[in-house]
Design a protein around this ligand. Structure first.
Ligand code: FAD
Ligand code: SF4
Length: 511
């Protein structure tokens, strides 16, 4: 072959211009490597998902007539090749040094590895043709600002891509934002539709990982893997979402319930992060569904969904490229605590955490509010070290790739960025959780109590968090209301709450 093109596990985009024509002088290569399977302790379903999707993509390219070299983990390890560039370099030697091309990776780590390799051994990078913004957009937009604002970026993206806009450059339905309609609590009467399962046996990958001593986290009940891993399946999952769940997506976006892990969320992050689906086609599908069924799907559902993808997803990627590599080290609140052991087992009497963690361990999925206001919130008010929090989030979710994991975890959730991404910390007491979920009803702890053995641990930790960060957060105008609430409690009650918080911190593994 005259040319070798590398495809990473999260670059499974068959609409990339590379594949427009079949070229007999080009070989595409995909590698299952030890370095990718072990750079963090991944959920077993996450590695299974990536390997199955990569294998299916290699077959798909062959079906389309392309030449493909696929090396399984058995093969790369038998040859002693641990990293992607080891594999590339060996294959190039085997093929008498063909030209080398790769798509720009989304992770800093791989970006560096491939850049260095290409400088030494020759190689050309091209765009992955997936995102709707370029790496530099966010950094450029906020070049002279201390804080970034997602809303500013999102409006700019709506205008640039002419999405939900009228001919005068104004929002088509008169409003940019329908967030105030999107805070519904879900009642027992609302039925939640089942989503499609794409059942496969993941046993072979589990055995493969065991054979090579690769440690994982989480569970895969019965070795049944159920995420979509081909483009056809992903398109089916997208269409199922638009048909059945988009109708309440916005309304119940912030709701949580023990009744269903997904509620009305899309569960399309794995499909998008592997690039099996493109963001534009997902946005267009939702907007088309709204246009076709306006009596059924209201604008707040669609705008809420578009905002997540055109806004948050693109924004987080831009923040990543503007802030890395320093971002991976920030710890603005100087948090140092360990993450409780039960984050790895789900074994806690706190119902909300038990539910969110067990669900994450079983499904490699939790929806945004579970990630932000249950597991993230607890780690934040406890004062867990952002490295430990990052390691858990990067491992546990099937969609966890560093560019979108670290920005959400270290930035949005743990405020380790000093408030660059979000205007206020996402911390709360049991009050919020009780309002937005049915978790507290079945809990060992009492959401109303702040002190005493049955007091919900969120309550004392929340006040303790505010108290110990008064210097850093007290002047934030969005926090004024919370600090007033703390002051109203008076010295005696404050002391009792801080005492309970100290007990909770000292016994966190027993909660
Ligand atoms: P939906 O609620 O249906 O939203 C639709 C799509 O919008 C998602 O698929 C996703 O692509 C996008 N989206 C929504 N919110 C965000 C966001 N804040 N940032 C980026 N994209 C967003 N998302 C990941 O893809 N990978 C991660 O590793 C990840 N880690 C997170 C860690 C924390 C602490 C938090 C608070 C959020 C994290 N998110 C992450 C964002 C978000 O929670 C997930 O994208 C979402 O839960 C995926 O489920 P869904 O497809 O059902 O999403
Ligand atoms: Fe969670 Fe506290 Fe409610 Fe229990 S009482 S479910 S620990 S918020």
């Amino acid at each position: 072959y005259a040319r070798l093109r590398l495809i990473l596990g999260d670059q499974l985009n068959e609409n990339h211009s590379w594949f427009r024509e079949v070229d007999n002088a080009t070989v595409y290569c995909l590698f299952e490597t030890h370095s990718e399977a072990t750079y963090t302790r991944h959920h077993v379903q996450k590695i299974t998902g990536f390997f199955l999707a990569m294998r299916a993509f290699a077959n798909r390219l062959r079906e389309l007539g392309h030449h493909v070299v696929y090396r399984s983990l058995d093969e790369t390890l038998a040859a002693g090749h641990h990293s992607i560039t080891d594999c590339v370099s060996h294959l190039r030697r085997e093929q008498e040094n063909p030209a080398f091309e790769y798509q720009l990776p989304d992770e800093w780590r791989l970006d560096q590895e491939l850049k260095l390799y290409s400088e030494k051994a020759g190689g050309v990078a091209c765009d992955s043709e997936h995102f709707l913004s370029v790496r530099e957009d966010v950094g450029r937009l906020f070049a002279d600002k201390q804080r970034y604002l997602m809303e500013t970026f999102y409006r700019e993206m709506r205008r640039r891509h002419d999405i939900l806009m009228d001919a005068n450059g104004e929002p088509a339905t008169g409003q940019w934002n329908y967030d105030q309609d999107n805070r519904g609590r879900i009642s027992a009467e609302v039925s939640i539709p089942e989503s499609p399962r794409f059942e496969r046996d993941g046993g072979e990958i589990v055995t493969l990982l065991e054979r090579h001593g690769i440690a994982t986290m989480g569970r895969m009940p019965g070795n049944r893997f159920t995420y979509p891993v081909t483009r056809r399946e992903c398109l089916e999952a997208l269409s199922d979402f638009c048909r059945h769940r988009l109708v309440h997506f916005g309304t119940y976006q912030d709701a949580m319930t023990t009744r269903h892990p997904l509620l009305f969320h899309a569960n399309l992050s794995f499909a998008m992060n592997t690039k099996l689906l493109g963001p534009r086609e997902v946005i267009d599908a939702a907007i088309n569904a709204w246009r076709e069924r306006p009596e059924e799907i209201t604008i707040n559902q669609v705008e809420g969904f578009v905002r997540q993808i055109l806004g948050w997803r693109e924004y987080m990627r831009g923040v990543y490229w503007a802030q890395m590599p320093e971002f991976a080290e920030v710890n603005a609140l100087d948090h140092r605590a360990d993450l409780p052991e039960w984050y790895w087992t789900g074994d806690t009497k706190m119902n909300c955490l038990s539910h969110a963690i067990n669900q994450s361990l079983d499904l490699a999925y939790a929806h945004h509010i579970q990630r932000l206001m249950i597991t993230g919130n607890f780690a934040l008010i406890l004062g867990a070290h952002p490295d430990a929090v990052d390691a858990w989030y990067l491992g546990v979710y099937i969609d966890a790739i560093e560019w979108v994991e670290i920005t959400n975890t270290r930035g949005m959730s743990q405020r380790a960025d000093g408030g660059l991404i979000a205007t206020k910390p996402y911390c709360s007491s049991a009050n919020y959780i009780n309002k937005m979920s049915d978790y507290c009803r079945g809990c060992h702890y009492d959401p109303k109590q702040h002190t005493g053995p049955r007091a919900c641990p969120f309550n004392s930790l929340y006040w303790d968090f505010l108290d110990r960060h008064r210097e850093r957060l007290g002047s934030n105008y969005r926090m004024a209301f919370m600090y007033k609430g703390w002051e109203r409690k008076g010295g005696e009650q404050q002391a009792a709450i801080l005492e309970r918080a100290a007990w909770v911190k000292a016994h966190v593994n027993e909660l």
